[in-house]
Design a binder for this molecule. Structure first.
Ligand code: KG4
Ligand code: ZN
Length: 359
C-alpha cells in the first residue's frame, strides 16, 4: 500500500510517499527556516503564506519521484497532519490533502503530528536495509515501550503498551526542549534555529574541555503540587521557564561572557532533565524499549545521554535516522498505514486541531 503523506504544521512544507508504513519511496522537505531567521522564531502568517506558495511544488515533486521509482504505481490513500500545530499552517496541508484525496478517489487519513514523530525510527529509504525491528514486531518485541517526543513544539513521555496506544506519563509544563534551545540562542545572538547551533558550539567546547567546569543551571524540575502538572507526577515533568530566566540573569551579571561554556552548560541542563525523566519513566512503566522522535533527538549530547540511560536500564533504544528527526511527510504517511480509521467522504469534514494531544 502506497500512502502520500503531507505535513505543514509548522515551518516545513513536506510530502512523501511511503510503502507499507516504513519504506520511503520519495521524500521532499522544503524548509522555511531562512524566512523565519530574521525574526528569531516562526511567524505564523509567514509560515502559512510560504506553505501556500510551495505546497503544489512539494507534493508534485514527491509524486514525480514516486512515479519515477515505481512506474505505474498508484497512491492508495492520502494522509495529512491535522494537529497539533499552527492553525493557518495546518489548514494549507489539510486542504491540499482533501483536494488530492478527492481527485485520486482515495481515502483521507488525519494524523497526529506527535504520534507521527514516534513512528520515525521505523522509516527506511527504498534500496537500503529495513530496521532490525519493524513496527509490526512492536507488540511482540518492543512493548511496553516508552515514547519520547522531543521537538520545537513538544516534550512528552508516553507509555506505549501496544502499537498506536499512547498514555501520557509526563510532559513539559511550559517550553518544549527545542523552544528552550531556540530562545537561548536568540538571547545569545546565535541565530535561528538555536538547537543545531548550540549543539555544535557545545560539542566543540566539550571536545576541547574533557573535564568542563559547567555552570550549574537549574535542571528543569517543577515544584510539587503546581496546578500546571494537571495531576501528572512532578518527577515525570519538566519546566524550562526557570532555566531560561537563570540564563538571562547569568548573561546580565556576566558582561564578559564565555559563550561556549554558557551554551554547553545550558545544553547540559536540558539534556540532564530529559534524560532524568526518561530514566524515571522507563523504570515506572517497566519498559522494554525507548522510542525517540522529534527535531531535538538530533542533539548529539541528548543521543549519547539516552544511549547511556537505555544501556543502564537494559532497554532497546530506537531513534530515527537524522533525516527523519525533523518534520517530514514520511512519518505522516508511515503512521497512516497503521491506522484503521481511514474514512471515506466523512474525512472531508476533517478540521484542523491546533491543540490536539496524543493518545
Ligand atoms: O521536530 P521539529 O523539526 O519541529 C517540531 O515539531 O517542533 O523540531 C524542531 C526543533 C527546533 O527547536 C530546533 O532548534 C530543534 O528541533 N533542533 C535541535 C537540533 N536540531 C534541531 N535541538 C538541539 N540540537 C540539535 N542538533
Ligand atoms: Zn515536529
Amino acid at each position: 500500500m502506497n500512502i502520500l503523506g503531507i505535513e505543514t504544521s509548522c515551518d516545513e512544507t513536506a510530502a512523501a510517499v511511503v510503502r507499507d508504513g516504513s519504506e520511503v519511496v520519495s521524500n521532499v522537505v522544503y524548509t522555511q527556516i531562512p524566512l523565519h531567521t530574521p525574526y528569531g522564531g516562526v511567524v505564523p502568517e509567514i509560515a502559512s503564506r510560504a506553505h501556500i506558495e510551495k505546497i503544489s511544488e512539494v507534493v508534485n515533486a514527491a509524486l514525480d519521484a514516486f512515479r519515477a521509482a515505481e512506474p505505474g504505481g498508484r497512491i492508495d490513500a492520502v494522509a495529512v497532519t491535522y494537529g497539533p500545530g499552527l492553525s493557518p499552517a495546518l489548514i494549507v496541508g489539510l486542504n491540499a490533502a482533501k483536494g488530492l484525496a478527492l481527485s485520486l478517489g482515495v481515502p483521507l487519513v488525519g494524523i497526529n503530528h506527535i504520534e507521527a514523530h514516534l513512528h520515525t525510527p521505523f522509516l527506511y529509504d527504498r534500496g537500503t536495509p529495513p530496521p532490525e525491528t519493524g513496527f509490526a514486531d512492536f507488540d511482540a518485541s518492543l512493548a511496553p515501550a516508552l515514547g519520547l517526543a522531543v521537538s520545537g513544539g513538544h516534550t512528552n513521555w508516553f507509555a506505549m503498551p501496544s502499537y498506536g496506544e499512547y498514555h501520557t506519563l509526563g510532559q513539559t509544563l511550559d517550553d518544549a526542549a527545542g523552544e528552550a534551545f531556540d530562545k537561548a540562542a536568540k538571547l545569545l545572538g546565535l541565530g535561528y534555529p538555536g538547537g543545531p547551533k548550540i549543539d555544535k558550539i557545545a560539542r566543540e567546547y566539550l571536545e576541547a574541555n574533557p573535564s568542563p567546569d559547567l555552570i550549574p543551571f537549574p535542571k528543569g524540575r517543577p515544584r510539587e503540587g503546581v496546578s500546571a502538572l494537571s495531576g501528572l507526577p512532578a518527577d515525570m515533568c519538566v519546566s524550562f521557564s526557570g532555566l531560561k530566566t537563570a540564563l538571562l540573569r547569568y548573561v546580565q551579571q556576566n558582561p564578559s561572557l564565555d559563550v561556549p561554556r554558557v551554551v554547553a552548560s545550558y545544553q547540559e541542563a536540558i539534556v540532564g532533565a530529559v534524560a532524568d525523566r526518561t530514566r524515571t519513566a522507563l523504570r515506572r512503566a517497566r519498559c522494554r524499549s525507548l522510542i525517540v522522535g522529534g527535531g531535538v533527538s538530533l542533539n548529539s549530547r541528548l543521543r549519547a545521554a539516552l544511549q547511556e540511560v537505555a544501556a543502564k536500564e537494559r532497554v532497546r533504544l530506537l531513534v530515527a535516522k537524522p533525516k527523519y528527526c525533523g518534520d517530514n511527510g514520511a512519518m505522516i504517511a508511515g503512521l497512516a498505514y497503521c491506522r484503521r480509521n481511514v474514512a471515506g467522504d466523512a474525512a472531508l469534514a476533517l478540521d484542523v486541531a491546533p491543540s490536539l494531544e496524543a493518545g
